[in-house]
Design a protein. Sequence first.
Length: 367
Amino acid sequence: MDIINKVLQFNTSFIIPTAKPEIIEQYLGDKKLSNSFPIHSRYGLFDFISSFSNTDFFIFGGGVPFYDDFLHTISIAFICVLSILFRVPVILWSVSSQKINSFFTKWVLRILVSRCSVMTCRDLKTLELLKDCGANPQKISIAPDPVFAMEFDEDTIGEQLLLRAGYNLSHPKKELVALTPRTFRVHDGEAHTHYKPQDQSSQEKQIETYAAVLDWAVENGYQPIFVPMNTVGLDDDRIAARIIIEKAKHGSEALLIDENIDPRVIQGIYKHCKTGLVTRVHGAITSCISGCPVVMYAFDQKHFGIMQMLKMDKWIFDPITQKPQEVIQLFDGIQSDYSSIHEQMQINVAVLKLNATSPIDQLLRNK
């Protein structure tokens, strides 16, 4: 929303259809715009239809909007019908997708791509899926995630968080290694809306891998610190962080940002870290923007895609094919050629920042 306001150079009203308006309100927090209106997708259906009829365009974006789920697919089909009825342009803004097996879902996506004015995705797998669903190869492209164009909060907020967590930037004794795990949602039935559902053994492997990095950091003279990207709901990153601290041999020496925080303040923390391990796509983006090269714990397609976009795919840990202790080889590799990796990463990030508003730019050129 901030990016669209910035590109359009005037305030825009945003209608946000969601099954959980309270989560949107909680996530936006103090940053909630006076012109953003979460509408319950079921109980506020008529309000949504009325708002849709007067909208200038509808955006699919911000993550993984395409996956096999019957009700979700019906929702996409409904939006397609509304876009046809009210002649509203549809944009795919740097979307990603899970593997689609359902014929019905592919049929609905075929209708959707036929309605799109602008189509961009953030990985090759999604690009191929959309082509298979009938997207014109000439009208679809890879585009950076919108986070590359975000305006982050002042660095002083991140510095205050570090101080309250026990790290004094005025007298740093050790360089920081950032740890951003993800608490897998295995019981609530909503994990599939974010990623391929993970079982308990997957969570245990992530914990073991992070514990290995925590111990490596301490034994090599670094200060490990847990940096949560999400502090809302059942997948609050701090839940996994506390389990890892208990598991690791040197867990008591780790620091934890243990506050409810806006993800936009995280750059002010990552910029003080030398390297890190992340399980979240936006953790990887934010850390690299901040000048902190990271290893990605890549348990899903979208993780591979974002590291390829960053040209950091050499630094991917694949929990399917690798054992937890093998992650240390990646960190040793980064440390052995740190200056070169850091310099190339900054060059790549600069290019991605320049292109991050391309979907909305394309829409404006088409209007």
